[in-house]
Write a protein that binds this ligand. Structure first.
Ligand code: PEP
Ligand code: MN
Length: 338
């Protein structure tokens, strides 16, 4: 942390005292008009907002990040999250696909077979759906978990499903290979801690109105429970643009890669809200360095109980897999099985 003071010598003394009272030391660099106070030590607990209120303080620049365990400062190597035979964050691109919600055994089986044939590696499907309206389909609950597990085992693909409350973590962890924490719950801190304690890999979606820093701090909640298996997922943020459901922030991928050792995947389905934009954004995500994709697929999207408008039909998904594989290869990566 660097504090820029443009004031009297007593202003500088006050800043130095403020810092030293917190057990840290300073390095002063005096210029003609300004004094730069460099703070040495662990500055994470120094309240920059309070420092900025001191007389003569022009600016406080934080150098260390607010997030810690998810930061590259903490772990310089990339983290590879293993889920059965899959590796998120390695050289290969991992694709999770399936319907938004588990609607029935028949539907899930049809979609699962189609995505497996096209080369998907993991099955997705929500049993507990966090819907904006209480009148919308809320998911099949535990019955959905049972179906997801059965179909997932039948096809030999690991599965991911959302957990929406801390009290559900234990139950969902019995069925799922990966716990998904959705955008609306990114800052549900007790849910993050409970998911951390489960020891299961956690797919942490970016909050729809969260900064990258807040997202990585949320990841720290999981990591600080001793669970190193966190996969980040960019799924679009809310902006002023109404043409798409969300604005898919693909620049978050290289930013996160720079700041964190954790794998990051992209969900172009929720990121755009339109099936016709999913394939171009999936390709762009892999080109931007994403470690995987989370894609909604439905055999009859017109009649889907949720998110049909952003779901790909199997033939389009198949083409997407081929295209993404070409891009991965051009970048020295692979889509296993393609
Ligand atoms: C989902 O994956 O079906 C979902 C609800 O995602 P999000 O939390 O990103 O809206
Ligand atoms: Mn959905």
């Amino acid at each position: 942390m660097v504090i820029i003071v443009k004031g009297q010598p007593e202003d500088v003394d006050r800043v130095v005292e403020f810092v030293k009272r917190r057990g840290l030391s300073v390095h002063l660099s005096k210029g003609a008009e300004r004094t730069i106070v460099g703070v040495i030590g662990d500055v994470r607990e120094v309240p920059a907002e309070q420092l900025e209120l001191l007389p003569g303080v022009e600016r406080v620049v934080r150098i260390l990040h607010r997030f810690k365990l998810s930061s590259k400062d903490f772990n310089g190597d990339r983290t590879v999250v293993k889920v059965k035979n899959l590796e998120f964050g390695g050289d290969s691109i991992v694709v999770a696909a399936g319907p938004c919600a588990v609607e029935s055994r028949e539907l899930l089986k049809d979609v699962a077979k189609a995505v497996a044939l096209a080369g998907a590696h993991m099955l997705r499907g929500g049993a507990y759906k966090p819907r904006t309206s209480p009148y919308s389909f809320q998911g099949l609950g535990e019955e959905g978990l049972v179906i997801l597990r059965e179909v997932s085992d039948e096809l030999g693909m690991p599965c991911v499903t959302e957990v929406v409350s801390p009290g559900q973590v234990e139950k969902v962890a019995l069925y799922a290979d990966v716990l998904q924490i959705g955008t609306r719950n990114m800052q549900n801190f007790s849910l993050l801690q409970e998911a951390g304690r489960s020891g299961k890999p956690v797919l942490l979606k970016r909050g729809l109105m969260s900064s990258i820093e807040e997202w990585l701090q949320a990841a720290d909640y999981i990591l600080s429970e001793g669970n190193p298996n966190v996969i980040l997922c960019e799924r679009g943020i809310r902006t002023f643009e109404p043409y798409t459901r969300n604005t898919l922030d693909l620049s978050a991928v290289p930013v996160v890669k720079k700041l964190s050792h954790l794998p990051v995947i992209v969900d172009p389905s929720h990121g755009t809200g339109r099936w016709d934009l999913v394939v171009p954004m999936a390709k762009a995500a892999v080109a931007a360095g994403a470690d995987g994709l989370l894609v909604e697929v439905h055999t009859d999207p017109e009649h889907a109980l949720s998110d049909g408008h952003q779901s790909l039909k199997p033939p389009v998904f198949e083409q997407m897999m081929r295209d993404v594989s070409c891009i991965a290869r051009a970048l020295g990566r692979t889509v296993p099985g393609l």
